[in-house]
Structure formats: structure tokens, C-alpha cells
Design a protein around this ligand. Sequence first.
Ligand SMILES: [Mg+2]
Length: 357
Amino acid sequence: MSQNNGDTLTARGPDLTSGPDLTSGPDLTSGPDLTSISKLKPTTCQPKPPKPENAITIGISAQVLFNMEKEQQGLEDYIKYQMEHEMQPFSPGPAFSFVKALEAVNTQLKELYPDSKELFDVVLMTNNHPYAGLRLIKTINHHQLFIERYCMTGGNSPIGYLKAFHTNLYLSSDPDKVREALKEGIAAAIMLTPEKITEVSNTQLRVAFDGDAVLFSDESERIYKSHKLKKFLEYEKEHENKPLGHGPLKGFLEALEKLQKKFYDKGQRKDCPIRTYLVTSRGAPSPAARALKTLYSWGLEIDEAHFLSGAPKGPVLEKIRPHIFFDDQMFHVEGALKIGTVACHVPCGISQEPAPK
Ligand SMILES: [Mg+2]
């Protein structure tokens, strides 16, 4: 559902009709034809986007939402190039289907709760110069996406703004920015692109999580890494009734469940448009039991739990066809990419540290 079809911009978008003073910036006047910009008229009576404090806010880097050219020449040439190609939309990137699924959930929520502001809200994050971002706005209109909020930081890191936007999840292809966001306590992951993205549901958002160092802390992973399997199994048996600590993505699962419950309250439990999956290397009995007991102690549910006891995750993910999969171990991320799943690396926990010699 887009409130921005065609060539219109919302009243909340940049005021392009009054126009920036282009004569004081880089010499852009001799380059692109700016008349197309002046044709963009703000519309009136636009519905307001969800309030950040009620919305589930997803900050997405433009580089993963679309396939964009990287800035190779100087900034001024790059801006000029982007403005000259303003009418050529970027093609969908790895986050595109995820954003469309968020939109599909919003549409269904609005049908059930016309006045509710508890919806997904996507903020497009880019460190592009705002003028270069004009092509992005056009691209979003072209693909009829519901994104109304943009954070164009002109070369600065967008991380400082994530808190201002009350971001529940930040996705980027830039490992440094993701690490910075995680340090700030924001759920974040590095999105990677499979060679050929597998087809996913248009009506149900599917999100798959690894357990340790993603939903849970890396407490048990540390035991496994330093003392191997036997000690890990003993440890899990001993601590089966002690909930694990919070992992970096726990808050995002919580946010998803908040919206799931709105569907449950209307009798849509089995056919809920949001479905969550735990896909973990843990196995039965104690490691699996501890994971489930931890979720229970947090008051959280997961729709499906797959305990693979160290087996590859690819075949299960192939069956689930999630829009997005989160794992802290590159081995599993790569396995997911191979079968066409959009996979995100969560650079957290002991697996990121070099193995002891
Ligand atoms: Mg893990």
C-alpha cells in the first residue's frame, strides 16, 4: 500500500517546490534538468505516518533496499550523475521483499484496526547527499513502497539518528555501521545478497532467527567454544532451568510478537500474517529445552522451533522460505545464501573472536 503513487511527494517529504538554493552548492545548474523536480507537488490531506513510539521502526540502508551504484567519482560528480539519472529507478535489492511483506502486514492490520498506529514503519537510511537522494525518492514512488521517512545524512554516519527514530531493527550492508548500532544497543544486522533470491510469500512475513548470540546471549556458545560438546551438554543440563540472557535480536522478536497478538485478538492465530521461526544448532534434550524455557520465561512465543543438533540449516530454510534470516555465524549465513535466502549476519558474541591458537 503506498500513499505516494505517481510523482507526488508527501507534505512530510522535502520541500522541493521552494527548492534548495542550488547556486550556493556544487555547480549543478549546468548538469541535470531540474525542471522535473519543480513538477513534484506536495499533496494535501496525507494520512500521517505511524508515530515512532507506537510503530515498529525498521531502519534500512538504501544500499540493501535497492541495487545502487557505489560512489566512485567525487561527490559532486556523483550527485550530478544521480540527478541526471533521477528518472531511472534502481532495481530491487535484497531487503525489497522484506519491506513489501511489512507493507502487506500493515495493510492487513489497518483492515482490522483502522485507527491503530501500531504498524511497521520503514525509515530509509542513507549517507548520500540529499540531492543524490532525489533518485531514491523517485525509485520509492516507482516501486510504490510505503516509505515516507528518509534519513539522508550527507556523508555522516546515520547511526546517531537511529535512536531518534526509535529504531527497532537496523539493516545495512556496512559492517562498521552495524557494529556501531549494536554497540548502541540497537538490534542490527549486516544484510547479504544471495546470487538468486528465492521466491517468498506476498501475504505472510516470515522471519527466522538463530538462537545463541542472536535471540539469546552467547553464554552457552562460550562454553561450547572453549570446552567442546561434552562439556556444553553437561552445562546445559545443569542450567536447563536457568534462562539465558538477552541476545541482540530479542527485542525485535518481541516487537513482532506485539503485532502478532493484534491478529490473535481477532481470531487470526493459525493464519497470522507474521510467522516466526527459531532455527538453531541446539539439539535435544537439555539444550533445546533450555532455549524453549528461556523464551517462555520472557513471555515470548516462537511459531516454529527447529533444533538441528549441528546439521546444516539450509534445507530447513529452503522449506520455510523466510524473508529474512539472522545468524551470528558466517558458516550458517553462507549456507542460507547458497539456497537463495536473504541472510543477515549479526556480528555478536564469541564467534566473532579469532579462535584461540
Ligand atoms: Mg548462534
